[in-house]
Design a protein around this ligand. Structure first.
Ligand code: N2P
Length: 371
């Protein structure tokens, strides 16, 4: 009897409501956004200004390595709406694994600001630029304490070379004041290969062994493997040499200058090949607030917003009209925007086979544990 029928339960009402809206209609999202970005990779006022303008409250978490982000993404349901992987090899394989939503470009009115050369570069990792928006780019070099380096090496300093890290005779002299390396095999092995004059992208297991042998010789002189602590350590005079990301070392230099603590930090791009990375904004497939994510990404594509970020973190951006807005001291700093002859030494890492990754991970574990 019709009169005895159960009323529409909650699930049924939700479905009926969705049907009423029509299949294509988006149900308005709650005004929230969960962002997961690299540490020291945004201006202090970016998020407060976005929230003031849109009313969207942002939960902002940070990491300092692609591997940490990747583990969260691959285990699913990270809860993040915007994440920032390096294009290659990380985003490339994550796109293959179906981790990201296709971007709705109709919601990205500021997309035309992007440098077509950078878009072409990252299209190798993200075909058709379908899933990722280039945010900032970086290169890996050597940060050092000028006074301590001079005191430890004097005239014997080998110039601007990876020998500062990988020549055991040099590393032994610098060990007392502290050497730190990035905490990722994806930076450290290619750097050791570059030092040996081998292809930093080599996937030859014999080359990997040679790189490991170099690393094992200097292992006793490495104080730390860490991918963000070196900013403060350099700035405070607690470290005299770091293999680090360009902007992070420049931030260390500037923090020391502001503190007026007599610590003078230099950043040099070694004469060998140098790893460059383009870091990408992507929206995970299971993002709870994908519409807000697009709004945030479009906000970051505004020239004034991204220029402020470059000013704050000393990483170059791929936004053409933003260049004119970047502070001249940052724009003309070769440690931030390197000259053409330096750029010629840049390479971008590529995805490796699972077999190679496994071999390199084993070598890395062995190196770090000192066994
Ligand atoms: C930020 C480091 C980002 C550079 N601390 C990694 N490509």
């Amino acid at each position: 009897m019709a009169g005895d029928m159960e009323p529409c339960p909650l699930g049924c009402r939700v479905l009926a409501f969705a049907a009423m809206l029509g299949t294509g209609a988006a149900i308005a999202e709650e005004p929230r956004l969960n962002v997961y970005n690299w540490s020291d990779y945004i201006a202090p006022d970016t998020i407060p200004k976005f929230t003031a303008e849109t009313g969207i409250k942002v939960t902002y978490d940070v990491y300092d390595g692609n591997e940490v982000l990747e583990a969260k993404l691959l285990s699913g349901r990270s809860g993040y709406d915007v994440v920032v992987p390096s294009a290659s090899p990380f985003m490339a394989r994550q796109v293959q694994a179906g981790v990201y939503r296709v971007l709705d470009r109709s919601k990205l009115s500021n997309w035309p600001n992007l440098d077509p050369r950078i878009l072409e570069l990252v299209a190798a990792s993200d075909p058709g630029n379908a899933h990722g928006v280039p945010y900032l780019w970086s290169f890996t070099g050597i940060g050092y304490n000028e006074t301590q380096l001079h005191a430890a090496l004097g005239e014997a300093a080998p110039g601007v070379s990876l020998a500062l890290i990988f020549d055991p005779a040099v590393a032994a002299k610098l060990a007392p004041c502290g050497i730190s390396l990035l905490d990722t095999p994806q930076e450290v092995f290619p750097a050791a290969l570059a030092y040996l004059g081998l292809d930093p992208k080599s996937r030859d297991l014999g080359d990997l062994d040679k790189a490991l042998a170099v690393l094992e010789k200097v292992r006793p002189y490495i104080r730390k493997f860490h991918s963000s602590q070196y900013i403060n350590d350099l700035a405070n005079g607690d470290l005299c040499l770091a293999l680090g990301y360009s902007g992070d070392v420049v931030q260390a230099r500037d923090r020391a200058r502001e503190a007026g603590n007599e610590v003078h930090i230099g950043f040099r791009v070694p004469k060998e090949r140098v790893q460059m990375a383009v870091d990408m904004l992507g929206i995970p497939v299971d993002a709870p607030h994908p519409e807000n994510a697009l709004r945030f990404i479009d906000y970051l594509l505004r020239p004034a917003v991204i220029a402020d970020i470059t000013d704050a973190v000393a990483y170059p951006n791929p936004n053409l009209p933003a260049t004119a807005l970047v502070k001249p001291t940052i724009r003309d700093d070769p440690a931030v925007y390197p000259p053409e002859d330096v750029r010629r030494r840049f390479y971008i890492d590529l995805p490796a086979t699972p077999d190679y990754e496994r071999a390199r991970t084993r070598a890395w574990t062995r190196l770090k544990s000192g066994r």
